[in-house]
Design a protein around this ligand. Structure first.
Ligand code: HMG
Ligand code: MG
Length: 313
């Protein structure tokens, strides 16, 4: 039976900010990472080493890593789409060698449909897997951990309902390449608990559930329910974004990830324990404040329901 410890991957600084239209200063992004670390978050996806022509907002990720406060026992994974991204990460690590290192983990990503992979990576899914395999091998060789993402595991904005067998095959390919974990993304955020359940049943046929993570966007308000469904299935790693920030530039209309505050609130008093560094967990009130702080930096209000309720009390 699975442990009751839930790990949160805080994707706010990456998924949360990558879709913003205005330029966010590096100092604000680094401050976000620092605040998340102080609130007890152990895994903070700090940004991406992708093409700035494709995703301009992630251009300063090296400086975000350099400026953010360092915490022991906190990891700062970054997204990498290709060899060029990995080379940028290793060059940065070589230039600034420190203990703990600036980062020890990359995330690679592809999708369950060709249409989405084309929009996001300019390749078919098969081509992307072929290109990523040597990148993963090189990263492992350089001592980095590698996480994999499969996008559009329920529905694709370009080709509709997704075949869960395809999700399983793509996830399995990432595990076989050497990813220690695969995060299953409901990129569009249309997924219902029933669909998440059916999708996980299929993927679990090929991958031990301990190697799976859930990544739910909240477009239709089902993200917290989908998190609980994934936990029921034995998934113990959940991607979440403070303030409910986020969206993918290549998933039109999708809103942010499940808010980290909402997940923390929903799991209070449950059989689950969220792992973190503040009294062994993540501090909900601090996270609610951070959700408001970063949202106000972006000129709006926090969209986290728990964050709004906490402010109002
Ligand atoms: P391409 O145009 O086919 O590639 O894009 P290219 O090799 O022709 O490169 C185009 C330009 O980008 C060149 O510059 C390259 O040097 C440069 P130029 O020569 O024209 O001046 N370039 C780079 N620059 C910096 N770092 C790099 C890099 N690579 C190329 N690593 C490519 C192919 C993969 C580069 C592009 O499609 C790309 O960057 N895609 C990333 C898209 C992205 O970041 N999407 C969001 C993240 S995924 C997501 O949000 C989903 C997730 O949250 C889960 C879920 O919700 O489902 C994870
Ligand atoms: Mg996402």
């Amino acid at each position: 039976t699975a442990s009751n410890v839930v790990n949160i991957v805080e994707v706010g600084p990456r998924d949360g900010l990558q879709n913003e239209k205005g330029v966010i200063p590096v100092s604000v992004k680094a401050e976000l990472v620092s605040r998340l670390g102080r609130a007890g978050v152990e895994i903070i996806e700090a940004g991406s080493f992708v093409s700035p022509k494709w995703v301009p907002q992630m251009a300063g990720t090296a400086d975000v890593l350099l400026q953010a406060e360092r915490f022991r026992n906190v990891r700062y994974p970054v997204l990498v789409p290709n060899q060029k991204g990995l080379d940028a990460v290793t060059a940065l690590l070589a230039k600034h060698s420190m203990s703990p290192p600036l980062t020890d983990e990359i995330s690679i990503f592809t999708a369950a449909t060709d249409a989405f992979t084309r929009a996001n990576l300019n390749a078919t899914t098969a081509e992307s897997l072929e290109r990523l395999a040597p990148v993963v091998a090189a990263a492992l060789d350089r001592g980095l951990r590698v996480r994999g993402y499969v996008s559009v595991v329920i529905a694709c904005p370009y080709s509709g309902q997704v075949d869960y067998v395809r999700v399983r095959d793509v996830a399995k390919a990432l595990i076989d390449m050497g990813c220690y974990e695969v995060s299953l993304g409901d990129t569009v955020g249309t997924g219902t608990p029933t669909q998440v359940s059916e999708m996980l049943e299929e993927v679990k046929k090929s991958i031990p559930v301990a190697k799976l993570a859930g990544h739910f966007h909240d477009t239709y308000g089902t993200a917290v329910s989908n998190v609980l469904t994934a936990l029921d299935h034995g998934v113990r790693t959940i991607d979440a974004s403070v303030g409910g920030l986020g969206g993918c530039p290549y998933s039109p209309g999708a809103t942010g990830n499940v808010a980290t505050e909402d997940v923390l609130y929903a799991l209070q008093g449950s059989q689950y324990h969220v792992s973190g560094t503040v009294d062994g967990t993540i501090d909900l009130d601090q996270m609610a404040d951070i959700g408001w702080w970063i949202s106000e930096q972006l000129g709006r209000e926090s969209t986290s329901r728990a964050g709004r309720a906490i402010r109002a009390r």
